[in-house]
Design a protein around this ligand. Structure first.
Ligand code: NMX
Ligand code: MLT
Length: 435
């Protein structure tokens, strides 16, 4: 059976021809007009990027290479005795569009375990960070520093030909993903005083090792949660802040460590990945104000007070989605199976029955339904991972899968430097005067 890199080497020339043919046939076709509001409105809905791993439908949610989350849960290989997909298989799917065999997934687990060690100077860098530095800042520092050993940066400085870029970018991407559990584990241990890190077990899958490094390796349900969590957070087409940032920075031929370090800085914003931390902060604050087991009316009033205070309700709304996020539903299914009686899960359900109506009544949010971040913190809290400042780091470990897959394809297909056109308000006024 071919390895992932061998399979890619076959697929790349075919895809180069496929893109050529697509451009020859459709290259001059229009998606419709670009209007001035696109420029002021955060480019919402503006077709601008190629992203092959996944496409988001406003009503149906994400499909990874055409497959929904339930389809991935069914089709991708699982660990012996497990029922959630192994993220190794999802990475294979994102990169190739194909479902790997269990043997191919096992080889990927082994490959990543073999690449997992981080350089000593990166360990020292993390050890010197004050515990008060947000885990996401530490994460981005460490990932950026991995650029020290970038195969692509080295090959570029030695004059590698454009047609060969994808090889070292593939190696860097594999190293990047493989090293994230050790980085995340070290940050968790340093910031939350968890003591000496265990080492990677080369016979275990990626999620099992991540769980072990966080101190939860003996809890099989938590390991399963990590498999589901990494699978569903990996990719959300190309326009979200982290994915787009990674692609943009990669387009300057910055190596995958620099590109993904930048992506993490975007993920660290409260309207994006940090929302999973914000949800827990908001829920806890609500409990401190209205008490536990509060009535629906008290919850409704609290939601209104959040809106009246000029704040957003974290975990609700989306720039593209217009229905409940299927990633929320996948986590809800997990909770119903593993922790139906959890009190925080019950609160999340209660909030789910109240917030959409309030947001609709308030009349501003285009999507009143919950997104992925409304649910993840509750699951982590249930198993004892209660440090909410850490939650976005786990989102970041997962997002590396989607960003890395596209970086490899971008370099394989010779994607150009991104450089859209910008305008000033004065220039727009001048351009459209008397029109
Ligand atoms: N609570 C309160 N107001 C909201 C919310 C919300 N959850 N969602 C949207 N709005 C407001 C939004 O702030 C904007 O107000 P204004 O006109 O005063 O600027 C108005 O509704 C229209 O915004 P939309 O067009 O519906 O949303 P947009 O595409 O601009 O933003 C989000 C999308 C996700 C940034 C926004 O819904 C939001 O801030 N949600 C809460 C934060 C969150 O959960 N983010 C995580 C997203 C998923 N992820 O992981 O990245
Ligand atoms: C994501 O997973 O990136 C978020 O849902 C945000 C988005 O898609 O814009």
């Amino acid at each position: 059976q071919p390895t992932l890199k061998e399979r890619l080497a076959v697929l790349i020339p075919q895809e180069i021809e496929n893109v050529k043919a697509t451009r020859a046939e459709h290259g001059k076709k229009s998606f419709g007009p670009v209007v001035v509001d696109h420029l002021y409105g955060g480019m919402r809905g503006l077709p601008a990027l190629i992203w092959d791993g996944s496409v988001l439908d406003a009503d149906e949610g994400i499909r990874f290479r055409g497959k929904t989350i339930p389809e991935c849960q069914k089709l991708l290989p699982k660990a012996p005795g497990g029922s959630e997909p192994l993220p190794e298989g999802l990475f294979w799917l994102l990169l190739t569009g194909e479902v790997p065999t269990p043997e191919q997934v096992t080889e990927l687990s082994k490959d990543w375990a073999a690449r997992a060690a981080i350089p000593e100077f990166v360990e020292e860098l993390l050890d010197r960070c004050p515990p008060t530095l947000h885990p996401m800042s530490q994460f981005s520092l460490a990932v950026t520093a991995l650029n020290h050993d970038s195969a692509f940066a080295k090959a570029y400085s030695q004059g590698i030909s454009k047609k060969d870029y994808w090889g070292p970018v593939f190696e860097d991407s594999m190293d990047l993903i493989a090293k994230l559990p050790n980085i995340a584990g070290r940050i968790y241990s340093n910031v939350f005083g968890k003591g000496k890190l265990p080492s990677i077990d080369k016979a275990k899958d990626y999620s099992h090792n991540l769980a072990t490094l966080l101190g939860f390796g003996d809890n099989e349900a938590f390991v399963e949660l990590m498999r589901l969590y990494i699978t569903i957070h990996s990719d959300h087409e190309g326009g979200n802040v982290s994915a787009h940032t990674g692609k943009l920075v990669g387009s300057a031929l910055s190596d995958p460590f620099l590109a993904f370090g930048a992506a993490l800085n975007g993920l660290a914003g409260p309207l994006h990945g940090l929302a999973n931390q914000e949800v827990l902060v908001w829920l806890r604050k609500m409990q401190s104000v209205i008490g536990e087991n509060a009535s629906d009316e008290a919850v409704r009033e609290y939601v209104w007070s959040t809106l009246k205070g000029g704040q957003v309700v974290p975990g609700y709304g989306h720039a593209v989605l217009r229905k409940t996020d299927p990633r929320y539903m996948a986590q809800r299914e997990f909770a119903l199976k593993h922790l139906p009686e959890d009190s925080l899960f019950k609160l999340v359900n209660q909030v789910y029955t109240i917030v959409p109506d309030v947001l609709l009544e308030a009349g501003k949010a285009k999507n009143p339904w919950p997104n992925v971040d409304a649910h993840s913190g509750v699951l982590l809290t249930h198993y004892g991972l209660t440090q909410m400042e850490f939650y976005t780091v786990l989102f970041g470990v997962s997002r590396a899968f989607g960003v890395a897959a596209q970086l490899i394809w971008d370099r394989a297909l010779g994607a150009p430097l991104e450089r859209p056109k910008s305008y000033s308000t004065a220039s727009i006024q001048k351009m459209f005067a008397n029109k």
